[in-house]
Design a binder for this molecule. Structure first.
Ligand code: FMN
Length: 256
């Protein structure tokens, strides 16, 4: 049975984001899966990387973050909160990220979790990344909610294509070798509605929570977010002319 790490990033315990994260946990448990939690706000996770986080860094020395992370890996002395998160990732077969879209991306606390936890040497090296990443057997899923409606988040929507907004996070996981499934998205989530529209939204959100058991049950058969294989790039790191582009982030504007 898989072990699932649920990472949730919202300051309000009763937010839809956290209700959805709890629905994920409940669904996993109902299916007999092991659940590990990282509720970043509840943990008061410090997302700011700084020299003082590293015991072996001498205050007057130049702070080279990747080298500090390499040394902390070598000496096994990451700050405890970081070591704990790294252990959770190592234990997890699946990671489900629950967060609202804030300014077209993940909340800063989650970005900082990536900056600090996904550390050099501990989680990746130059030789162990992308196709050779250490987490080849880990599968991830984004369960994200937006204030904007589904049309606004579509490929021609005025908020920008949500799947593209999620690409940098998915690519971060791809760097580590993980596979990220196509996201589950809840749209138009906000508390401005009154009357019938409010009831309609509540019914829609209830449906998302109720459906989470199906999302978890069908996790492995979900479509995945495709990335190019290492061999699709030449020795300079450019996509080979005959290689397919899976996202406008790589070979922008040129599509089949
Ligand atoms: C700082 C901030 C920035 C936001 N930026 C966006 C945005 O870029 N796109 C969007 O669709 N909604 C945006 N929203 C709306 C949130 O996505 C929405 O409030 C959230 O999904 C509601 O879920 P919750 O009840 O769990 O907070 C933003 C909200 C906040 C607080």
């Amino acid at each position: 049975m898989p072990t699932t790490l649920i990472v949730t990033a919202h300051p309000e315990p009763n937010s839809f984001t956290n209700a959805w994260a709890r629905a994920s946990a409940k669904a996993c448990e109902e299916l007999g899966h092991k659940v590990i939690w990282s509720d970043l706000y509840e943990m008061a996770f410090d997302p700011v990387e700084r020299a003082a986080n590293f015991k072996d860094h001498s205050p007057n020395a130049h702070f080279d973050i990747l080298k500090a992370q390499d040394t902390a890996t070598e000496n096994n002395n990451f700050a405890q909160d970081i070591a704990r998160e790294q252990d959770k990732i190592r234990q997890a077969d699946r990671i489900i990220f629950h967060y609202p879209i804030w300014w077209f991306k993940e909340p800063a606390i989650l970005k900082g979790w990536c900056d600090r936890v996904l550390a050099s040497s501990a989680m990746h090296t130059v030789d162990e990344r992308y196709d050779q990443g250490r987490f080849k057997f880990t599968r991830a899923l984004f369960c994200v909610n937006t204030g904007a409606n589904a049309h606004e988040c579509a490929p021609d929507g005025k908020e920008g294509n949500l799947e593209m907004l999620l690409w940098p996070m998915a690519h971060t996981l791809r760097y580590l070798g993980m596979t990220t499934m196509k996201p589950v998205c809840a749209h138009g989530v906000h508390s401005y509605h009154e009357g019938d529209t409010k009831i309609k939204l509540e019914t829609y959100l209830r449906g998302i929570l109720d459906n989470q058991i199906n999302v978890i049950r069908d996790f492995d058969t979900r479509d995945i977010i495709h990335f190019n294989a290492d061999d699709d790039f030449d020795h300079n790191g450019s996509l080979k002319p005959d290689a397919k582009s899976y996202s406008d982030f790589v070979r922008c504007g040129v599509k089949e």
